[in-house]
Design a binder for this molecule. Structure first.
Ligand code: PHE
Ligand code: NA
Length: 502
């Protein structure tokens, strides 16, 4: 006998989970630098255009698909059209890859909460991170040694994530987000206030917000804006299809997409202020320009911030704990959503119960993650997986969705009708125009542009062999996996589809 599908307890619960998924490392360590690099204050305009013409419309599409078909990504797409199921399994494979390395960054953040208190990095954050902590080898490829100091926090991360997923949509995911998201907001607000009191904060804000209006004539700035919106809203890998499949019949899809989209952007703006205030302090203390210290990603979080924490005249430990705890919580709520995509897909496919699926699927993900990343080569794998799966997984899968559902199957009018039947804000024709025209063309252009760069120079100077296996191999492997799995005869899915029709 089949159990009824799980459901969110409240609309606020669903919103918290959706916001928890969107607000992640990208808000804290990616947005500030992207904005700074692409016109500063003037970036806000292309960014807002991207949010309104691609981000929110695509969120609405994913919400509508999940809500209409009430199943995981592959099964939802299968119900739209049998061959489209392949896109769903492709997204599942992408989520698998992202989950294994996202977990590692969260584990590092957890370690750094502790290191902020002990000041473990002394006066060499760079040497400490790459050498003492990660014990990173210069040569990528293979695996030459294991690093228990990274492995233990990683095991901890996976225990927490699997425990939350095991408790289910309502008692696990929803409850966790209802605690984590307000907690994150409070911690981060305190962090930003502390950053704003620092000497040089104003110089940092000047560097971030001084508009360079000429940037708006530069095509690459627009591409950066759309790229940030895609990454930041986690569009194109089935997460929102999955989360929306647990909504009740009556659900405000368009209103929720607006709230989630604007909440995520507000958090990015707040992070921009906090990060650049801190970078302004760092530059002032070193007697250099903000230009010299502005950075993003791993370099920002694990090198620049430790430096700032050490330089603070007082309150350094608090500042560090707030920063790394924010990073950890923002990452955890995103990781939960990524793993749920895989768990729910297998659950629907094989007919496993939730617990079995969490422990089987989640267990495999955790194991692979724990085997690969706490090693001397872990960071190299992470770097290359991250780059290739973002460029040739997420963006490409989103493009495939729009081409298949919009152009080939012409389902946008049907989804517009569906969203309008249940939502507060009605979708007009603009929604179909944007998703049917502008967005896929822009995505195609982004794809072509990054492919060109990829073929002219090896990413991050890695050898062609390593990029072929760890980069292209993984990105193309995800696509091949999607196609192969979708070709297997799927008895159970047929049964569900028949049940649904009856
Ligand atoms: N959207 C998240 C962020 O801004 C990133 C993310 C990636 C979330 C993958 C889920 C899955 O950081
Ligand atoms: Na985000």
């Amino acid at each position: 006998a089949q159990q009824p599908r799980e459901q969110w307890g409240t609309r606020a619960g669903f919103l918290m989970a959706a916001i928890g998924s969107a607000v992640g490392l990208g808000n804290i360590w990616r947005f500030p630098y992207i904005a700074y690099e692409n016109g500063g204050g003037a970036f806000m305009l292309p960014y807002l255009v991207a949010l309104l013409t691609a981000g929110i419309p695509l969120l609405i599409l994913e919400y509508s698909i999940g809500h209409r078909y009430r199943s995981s990504a592959p099964l939802s797409y299968r119900r739209i059209s049998r061959p489209a199921e392949a896109i769903g399994w492709w997204q599942v494979a992408i989520c698998f890859v992202i989950a294994i390395f996202y977990g590692a960054i969260i584990a590092w953040s957890a370690s750094y909460i502790y290191f902020s208190v002990t000041g473990a990095w002394g006066d060499d954050p760079n040497g400490f991170f790459f050498g003492d902590y990660l014990q990173m080898s210069e040569t990528p490829g293979g695996i030459t040694g294991y690093v228990p100091a990274v492995a233990w926090p990683l095991v901890g991360v996976w225990v927490v994530v699997l425990a939350i997923l095991a408790l289910g949509v309502r008692n696990g995911i929803e409850k966790a987000n209802k605690v984590f998201i307000p907690l994150l907001a409070v911690l981060f607000l305190v962090l930003v206030v502390q950053a704003l009191t620092l000497d040089g904060a104003v110089a940092g804000l000047d560097a971030l917000f001084t508009p360079d209006w000429n940037a708006m004539l530069d095509g690459s700035v627009w591409v950066a804006a759309y790229g940030q919106i895609f990454f930041s809203l986690s569009i194109g890998f089935g997460i929102m299809v999955t989360y929306a499949s647990y909504l009740k019949r009556k659900a405000d899809l368009t209103g929720s997409a607006m709230v989630a989209g604007f909440a995520n952007s507000s958090f990015e703006l707040l992070a921009g202020i906090g990060v650049f205030a801190a970078l302004g302090f760092m530059a002032t203390a070193a007697g250099t320009a903000v230009d010299e210290v502005a950075t993003s990603g791993i370099g920002l979080a694990f090198i620049a911030f430790p430096q700032i924490i050490s330089t603070l005249p007082f309150g350094g430990a608090l500042f560090g704990v707030l920063f790394f705890a924010s990073l950890m919580i923002a990452g955890l709520t995103s990781l939960i959503s990524i793993v749920q995509v895989v768990v729910s897909a297998v659950q629907d496919r094989v007919g496993l119960g939730r617990l079995q699926s969490v422990f089987l699927v989640g267990g495999i993900i955790a194991l692979v993650s724990i085997l690969i990343f706490p090693t001397h080569q872990g960071l190299h794998y992470l770097d290359v997986f991250d780059h290739f799966i973002n460029q040739y997984g997420i963006v490409l899968a989103a493009l495939a969705m729009l081409i298949v559902f919009g152009w080939v199957l012409r389902r946008l009018p049907m989804f517009q009708k569906h969203a309008n039947e249940v939502s507060s804000i009605r979708l007009g024709t603009w929604w179909k125009v944007v998703l049917g025209g502008i967005t896929p063309v822009l995505l195609g252009f982004m794809m072509w542009d990054s492919l060109r760069t990829e073929l002219t120079e090896n990413y991050a100077g890695y050898s062609t062999g390593f990029l072929l296996s760890a980069g292209w191999g993984v990105a193309i492997g995800a696509l091949v996996f999607g196609i192969v799995v979708s070709l297997f005869p799927w008895k159970r899915a047929d049964a569900i589809a028949r049940e649904d029709a009856a």
